[in-house]
Design a protein around this ligand. Structure first.
Ligand code: PLP
Length: 382
């Protein structure tokens, strides 16, 4: 089903803009294409990209595993039928009470990237499988993850050996090369780092079995992206090269790739304004903005494709796109050269494509009196 056509608004005639129309079937198709491309890798869907229960249920039904970051995400997955053994607690920053709670609910796989976190895991999740996140460059990523997560490979070696000493089961290494990573070769250097960690840890008497290559697989926004098969091929090739033909099991943590393409955000034009007689740029104010779910327009990093009811008829012209609140950072695109039809006016409903990931979860709880972004689900009812 083509959710870009305005006639496709199944059962949402009453829904006020702005809202996210989310086609679960599209997300499932993305998931299936990804898992097919990666063969026998385990895919842990990163719940934070979009925790919509109908999506999570469909992914449970299709055998997905889940990367969770908090007790709330864990409860959601378990309550929707995910098996605790399919959950990986991937956040490296966890409260002791949250580790104990996850352990109590049956979760047995945890990430860490520091000595202090490892001590907490040894105490509150005794015997659990643990993997160490190493720092990775986000070069080439449109939504970089900076240096907040991951330790150096040297430290990872020491910590993984210490994990075994503390009665935990060290299983491997993870990394994340930045979200919306446009360059499939960016995984290679981190695979090489991980392979060095594997060898050093093995020399210390502990055999690791799992390489977790994280997320970062891109969605097509205004620009097309390389097919997912290129990413799978580049990662497999790097593993063969750096693990001397004997690669470990592979895990991936897709978020954006699964959810983004399934969402179309419907918003209304509130005002079209010119600010001077000489500037040909129009300001187009929508009823959704930076605080209503479009946080990834920060720095104009993620540039969504936008469709209007006037596309294809008549002239278009340059615009600056902005949200409805009285905060002046609530501007979506000023430098990116967006053009929209001259006929566009207040009341027109525009469709912002590729908005299925990192929108509803980034929507603020009522800043300036605007409601959090609602979702209307269609498609796959697994
Ligand atoms: C957010 C996150 C992901 C998902 O990243 P995408 O770029 O959306 O694929 C994967 N793993 C971890 C640990 C994350 O925090």
């Amino acid at each position: 089903m083509n959710i870009s056509s305005p006639s496709a608004g199944v059962g949402d005639a009453e829904q006020q803009t702005p809202y996210l129309l989310f086609d679960v079937g599209v997300a499932v198709a993305q998931y299936r294409r990804l898992t097919q491309a990666f063969g026998d890798a385990t895919a842990f869907y990163a719940v934070k990209a979009n925790p919509q229960p109908r999506l999570l249920s469909a992914l449970v039904a299709h055998g997905s595993a889940f990367d969770i970051a908090s007790p709330a995400e864990m409860d959601l997955c378990l309550d929707l039928g995910a098996d605790p053994s399919a959950l990986s607690y991937g956040n490296t920053i966890k409260k002791a009470a949250d580790i104990a709670y996850a352990f109590d609910r049956g979760v047995r796989m945890f990430a860490f990237d520091s000595e202090s976190e490892l001590d907490k895991l040894a105490k509150y999740a005794p015997g659990a499988a643990v993997y160490c996140r190493i720092a990775a460059s986000s070069a080439g990523a449109q939504w970089p993850l900076s240096n907040k997560f991951g330790c150096s490979p040297e430290m990872a070696v020491a910590l993984l050996l210490a994990a075994a000493d503390q009665g935990l089961a060290p299983v491997g290494v993870s990394f994340h090369v930045g979200s919306q990573q446009l360059d499939p070769t960016r995984w290679g250097p981190s695979v090489a780092d991980a392979a060095r960690v594997f060898k050093a840890v093995e020399a210390g008497g502990v055999r690791l079995t799992l390489l977790n290559a994280g997320g970062g697989f891109p969605a097509a926004y205004r620009q097309p992206v390389r097919p997912i098969e290129d990413y799978a091929g580049a990662i497999r090739a790097a593993m063969d090269r750096h693990f001397d033909g004997d690669p470990p099991a592979l895990a991936i943590e897709p978020g954006r790739y699964v959810a983004a393409a399934a969402g179309v955000l419907r918003a209304q034009v509130v005002l079209v304004a010119r600010k001077s007689f000489t500037d040909d740029k129009r300001w187009v104010y929508l009823d959704v903005g930076r605080f209503g779910g479009l946080a990834e327009t920060e720095g104009e990093a993620i540039q969504y494709a936008i469709a209007t009811p006037h596309d294809g008829d008549g002239e278009d012209g340059p615009v600056i796109l902005a949200g409805p609140t009285c905060d002046s950072v609530d501007v979506l695109y000023q430098r990116a050269a967006y053009r929209l039809p001259m006929a566009l006016g207040p009341g027109d409903v525009v469709e912002i494509h590729g908005t299925g990931a990192y929108t509803t979860t980034y929507s603020s709880v009522g800043f300036n009196g605007y409601d959090p972004l609602a979702t209307v689900c269609i498609g796959d009812s697994a």
